[in-house]
Design a protein around this ligand. Structure first.
Ligand code: AMP
Length: 282
């Protein structure tokens, strides 16, 4: 497995693979890898001749008061995880490699980013799109793998690829959870034992919404209300949002119809966690 810090090295290696006619699968990450990331690598391994993983804590997608400096990092362990997963190349650039002096160009969109995480993190998706577009140009993958854990991000990347005619297949992968239901996240390491227990309120709240939908409820307002009430039952939890939107364009819905995204962001103590489910209603 190659570990590269420069764009030039990555271009050289991928260029050789391309000459040999090899297909390339790509998994962008911020590192501190867990089974959620591993599931993306495994999908990439199955479907491509070569697999590239990027490990880059992207400063541009963090707001000024967010956890950029404290975000967990462990490159050595991450490289071990990648090696075990059969990854061929890890790209681990320094911020200066991605954003040299004078950097001032961005990828952005008018739709899809105004709701959910875009409300409380207004510059987040611009940062995500910019880094992902840059990584796509550097790695030139045939397929790129994203988790449904970040469902709005998945919808945004799909739309960017469609709008800007990028010749890359975007593959969405299911959420990997702990046995008790908590969605795996690098940020779970911030949680104290009490907070770790309290964090179950996210998946419980989604389970409550699923029960209502299974029972025939189609009024988004009624489901939202129940989810918010459920979150309020947990003293350590503070709601950021609990919303239901159309998955394709992340616009709010009044009634459930077609493919909808039921999504939550909740602070447990100081840690902001997200979770969601995608439901198709006939
Ligand atoms: P991150 O390192 O948090 O930026 O995540 C990198 C990729 O892994 C993104 O596409 C995430 O959606 C995905 N991912 C993170 N957590 C999970 C999870 N629990 N299940 C599936 N995919 C995940």
């Amino acid at each position: 497995m190659k570990i590269c810090e420069t764009i030039e090295e990555v271009r050289g290696i991928v260029g050789e693979w391309k000459k040999e006619g090899k297909s390339v699968g790509f998994v962008p990450t911020m590192g501190y890898l867990h089974e959620g990331h591993q599931s993306l690598m495994e999908a990439a391994r199955r479907e491509n001749d070569r697999v590239v993983v990027s490990i880059f804590v992207n400063p541009m997608q963090f707001g000024p008061t967010e956890d950029l400096d404290s975000y967990p990092r462990d490159l050595e362990r991450d490289c071990g995880v990648c090696r075990t997963a059969g990854v061929d190349l890890v790209f681990h650039p320094q911020p200066e490699e991605m954003y040299p002096d004078g950097f001032c160009s961005y990828a952005d969109m008018n739709g899809l980013t105004g709701e959910l995480c875009g409300r409380t993190r207004p510059t987040h998706f611009r940062g995500v799109q910019t880094v992902v577009l840059k990584l796509f140009h550097i790695v030139t993958p045939d397929r790129a793998y994203f988790g449904q854990k970040d469902a709005q991000q998945l919808a945004v990347i799909r739309r960017m690829v469609r709008d800007l005619n990028l010749d890359i297949e975007i593959c969405g992968c299911p959420i990997v959870r702990e046995p008790d239901g908590l969605a795996k996240s690098s940020r779970n390491t911030y949680l104290s034992p009490e907070e770790r227990q309290a964090a179950l309120i996210l998946s419980k709240s989604l389970a409550e919404a699923a029960r209502l939908i299974d029972g025939g409820e189609r009024d988004a307002g009624a489901i939202r209300k129940k989810m918010r009430e459920k979150i309020a039952e947990e003293p350590l939890a503070r709601l950021d949002y609990a919303d239901i939107v159309r998955f394709s364009d992340i616009t709010p819905v009044d009634r459930l119809e077609g493919e909808v995204l039921v999504a939550l962001a909740v602070y447990i103590g100081k840690t902001r966690l997200i979770d969601n489910m995608i439901v198709t209603v006939e």
